[in-house]
Design a protein around this ligand. Structure first.
Ligand code: XMP
Length: 317
């Protein structure tokens, strides 16, 4: 019988056996998987786990600070690195979604490798890989087509001559959450919506600029905050805002405006492989739309995405 308790006990022993007296470095993202993996590894080897949380400048509003605070509260040793400027520079002028992913992935590896130099004694790399990732990395990259190259730190272990520590490799998401709960990870972290590695870069259609990131962060924060306030956050599998590369005409007082359009996306799903658009109440959507248009300068129109996957994808890029 599988129980979180027995899984934790066995896994802690396995990690101790694998790592011995050595040390582990790990890239943390604030997501469920990497956090639960880190807490497990921490339980096994304590301060010999060194976390690195890279802020690529494409996170949600205040996310970096909030996640760092959560790690501190959990007793994890995590170094926060603000590399936003480096990522923005790499993304300048880039509009192709796959090129964005490639550049973000590469820059991420560069930054992480640089930071990892502070821990030359570590010969292991911790990762929050879960079972669906193992399957997906096989199926997404078919022999001839790449649908979307998901951002991960693939290639990193070989490049840095590190051995992988992947305690969640055999688990599904709901099992990861149960393990996290038993380990005492905060429910806010455990029930977070999935968030793509390249972050807001693939929710800003066209070129990414720091100004557009700031605009989208505000609209996204209003949407998510309202979902939480109205008790709808846990009803949807994933939600977010997308900044479209078009401007539209609006009117504010006596003035004609010409500003950006934001699309809201909320889906229900079991695993992200298929998804349906969430039937959010129209009164709720009306409120969110008003709040965004009134509070975010530079956005004068909000639309709601009513496409299912397939044939649409959850992300727009
Ligand atoms: P799609 O858009 O393919 O998204 O329907 C399915 C799930 O995957 C996430 N996603 C990504 N996650 N790097 C990631 O780490 C990526 O490049 C990426 N693209 C999509 C998406 O947020 C959804 O949860």
């Amino acid at each position: 019988l599988w129980t979180p308790e027995s899984f934790i006990e066995e896994t802690v022993q396995r990690i101790q056996h694998q790592v011995g007296e050595d040390e582990v470095i790990m890239a943390l993202s604030g997501g469920v998987d990497s956090t639960v993996a880190a807490v497990l590894i921490h339980r096994a080897i304590g301060h010999r786990l060194h976390g690195i949380f890279v802020n690529h400048g494409l996170l949600r509003l205040h996310e970096f600070e909030q996640v760092m605070e959560a790690y501190r509260a959990m007793g994890l040793d995590v170094k926060g690195v603000d590399a936003s400027e480096i990522f923005y520079r790499q993304l300048k002028g880039i509009t192709d979604p796959e090129e964005k992913r490639k550049r973000i992935g590469k820059t991420f590896i560069d930054v992480f490798q640089h930071e990892a130099k502070a821990f030359p004694q570590a010969h292991f790399l911790g990762q929050g890989t879960i079972y669906p990732d193992v399957i997906e990395s096989v199926s997404v990259n078919g022999p001839s087509v790449t649908i979307k190259s998901h951002h991960n730190v693939g290639g990193l272990p070989e490049k840095m001559h590190l051995q992988l520590v992947e305690p969640l490799r055999m688990l599904f998401k709901d099992e990861v959450r149960r393990v996290g709960e038993t380990l005492g990870v905060h429910p806010d972290i455990l029930h977070r919506h999935p968030f793509p590695g390249p972050g807001l870069a693939i929710r800003i259609l066209g070129e990414v600029t720091p100004e557009k990131v700031a605009l989208l962060q505000q609209a996204d924060a209003i949407f998510i905050e309202q979902l939480r306030e109205k008790g709808l956050y846990d009803e949807v599998w994933q939600a977010g805002a997308i900044l479209l590369p078009v401007q539209s005409v609006g009117v504010m007082g006596d003035e004609r405006t010409y500003e950006y359009v934001v699309a809201l996306r909320a889906v229900t799903s079991r695993d992200g492989m298929t998804a349906d658009w969430a039937r959010l109440p129209d009164s709720f959507l009306a409120e969110v739309s008003n709040a965004i248009i009134n509070r975010v300068k530079g956005i004068n129109r909000v639309v709601y995405d009513i496409s299912s996957k397939p044939p649409a994808t959850i992300e727009w890029e």
